[in-house]
Ligand binder design. Structure first.
Ligand code: SAM
Length: 190
């Protein structure tokens, strides 16, 4: 795992080249713990992460997941994909895919995964046009198990309404200990 300084430098570098990176620093450990407390690590889990970046959430989840669990990392930025491949090289539970979250149905098909227990997402939903956002939320809901969870963190509270349109139960929390200090975390259930 990169140090805090090298992790932040890689964000700044990728942020300048790729607007979808949408952050100048990785998420804080406070935000990671706030979101991941909603995952039941005592059970075998199939977890998908949209937009893992340099892997702050991925590393925490791999540290807490059981040996039979799976973590599928879907990242669109090739530099972050390289970092994630390096980070997970010796861990058979992790699969890194260079692709966009919008293609989740095909990605799961290609990996023989029928349903997902938890999906963690840090992709910038505010950059997606309304149709793409709606389709991604609908597909995400479809691929989740009946008791599955969509766990989202996002700047400002603009995801609450779209999540409530697609999911029956949405819990929201604010996490100020992050750069920037404007992060909301959501647990959305089917
Ligand atoms: C705000 S950063 C969050 C990174 C990391 N999860 C963290 O919390 O530090 C957003 C990440 O999502 C990736 N990304 C943006 N749009 C994406 C998409 N449609 N599909 C997959 N990854 C995407 C970016 O390349 C970037 O790594």
């Amino acid at each position: 795992m990169p140090s805090v300084l090298s992790g932040t430098l890689s964000y700044v570098k990728n942020f300048l080249k790729d607007q979808d990176v949408a952050a100048i620093a990785p998420s804080s450990s406070f935000l990671v713990r706030r979101v991941c407390k909603w995952i039941d690590f005592d059970e075998d889990q199939v977890i998908v992460e949209y937009g893992p970046g340099n892997g702050v959430f991925s590393e925490f989840m791999l540290d807490h997941m059981r040996p039979e669990s799976t973590l599928l990392l879907v990242e669109s930025n090739p530099d972050f994909v390289e970092t994630l491949e390096e980070m997970t090289r010796d861990d058979p539970r992790a699969v890194v895919v260079e692709d966009r979250a919008e293609h989740i149905v095909d990605i799961l098909d290609a990996h023989g995964i029928e349903e997902v227990d938890s999906i963690v997402s840090g992709i910038p939903f505010s950059f997606l046009d309304p149709d793409t956002k709606h389709n991604l939320l609908a597909r995400t809901r479809d691929v989740l198990a009946e008791d599955g969870k969509f766990l989202v963190y996002q700047n400002y509270n603009h995801m609450e309404a779209p999540l409530r349109d697609h999911f029956s139960e949405v819990t929201k929390e604010y996490e100020p200990r992050n750069i920037p200090p404007t992060m909301f975390a959501y647990e959305a259930r089917k």
